[in-house]
Design a binder for this molecule. Structure first.
Ligand SMILES: NC(=O)c1ccc[n+]([C@@H]2O[C@H](COP(=O)([O-])OP(=O)(O)OC[C@H]3O[C@@H](n4cnc5c(N)ncnc54)[C@H](OP(=O)(O)O)[C@@H]3O)[C@@H](O)[C@H]2O)c1
Length: 243
């Protein structure tokens, strides 16, 4: 798979799993990170040791439009064009409705919805030239909001809507799809053991998924889903059957 792939928030966790799998399939990876410099550097070195000049790093806070545009520009220059944009970067934290600040709204909507849209906009030319595709990482709670996380849920609902809208706008040349994870990795801000147990109880396969489960779905959408656009693949161990 000779594709040049930009992954946002790729330094660790699900983004890094996507980078490793897509790289192992032959992709060149532009790894975007914001603050996880050490993890990003380590991953970039790991990939370049496997295949020289197959990974590059770009640092940016995607809430800053100038930095976002620079990411798109540099990514498009990296190997002469981008074939795939994976919108994975995301802020995730609870927000009580009566206490949420405008800054929190801007951060959650900015990272989960505005940045994916403006990255798509900034890359549309190179994606079109390369008959490329976009994969958005959504969340099962885009459909039915996660209690305690209204603003995050609204942002992901927007990203799901954006997946379908951009599929229409950018078709027939650029395909736009999404992967919707259930419980894969616990958030970096800790959940209580009781919360974790309650989540696990509602998963038919009785366990969390692995980052690799998401990466495999992303790979499928890029490599083998030539006749799919505007679709959202749910990877949740059957959890949505309980919602
Ligand atoms: N984990 C799960 O079980 C789960 C479940 C459902 C959906 N998802 C979705 O799957 C994706 C990956 O999940 P994850 O848990 O691996 O993500 P994560 O660790 O929570 O976040 C991924 C990266 O997003 C980057 N990021 C956040 N705000 C940013 C900003 N303003 N500008 C640039 N980068 C920013 C961070 O980069 P730095 O560390 O470099 O700052 C972070 O490492 C996300 O879209 C998430 O919503 C995950």
């Amino acid at each position: 798979m000779q594709k040049n792939i930009l992954i946002t928030g790729a330094a660790k966790r699900i983004g890094a799993a996507c980078a490793r799998l897509l790289h192992s399939e032959g992709g060149n990876i532009v790894l975007h990170y914001r603050s996880s410099k050490d993890d990003a550097l380590q991953l970039c070195n790991e990939l370049n040791q496997k295949r020289p000049d197959s990974a590059k790093l770009i640092q940016a806070d995607l809430l800053n439009m100038h930095e976002l545009e620079a990411v798109a520009r540099e990514a498009a220059l990296a190997w002469g064009g981008i074939d795939v944009l994976i919108n994975n970067a995301s802020a995730f934290y609870p927000t009580a409705v009566n206490d949420v600040s405008e800054w929190q709204w801007d951060e959650l909507l900015g990272s989960n919805l505005k940045a994916p849209f403006f990255l798509a906009k900034s890359l549309v030319e190179t994606l079109t030239d390369n008959k490329g595709c976009i994969v958005n990482i959504v969340d099962i709670h885009a459909e039915r909001g996660l209690k305690g996380y209204p603003v995050y849920s609204i942002a992901k609902a927007g990203l799901a809507a954006m997946t379908r809208v951009l599929a229409k706008e950018l078709g027939p040349v650029v395909r736009v799809n999404a992967v919707s994870p259930g419980a894969i990795l616990w958030p970096e801000s800790e959940l209580s053991e009781q919360d974790k147990a309650e989540i696990l109880q509602r998963i038919i396969l009785n366990r969390r998924g692995e980052p690799l489960d998401i990466a495999k779905a992303v790979l499928f959408l890029i490599k083998d889903a030539d006749y799919m656009t505007g679709q959202i693949l749910t990877v949740d161990g059957g959890r949505t059957l309980f919602c």
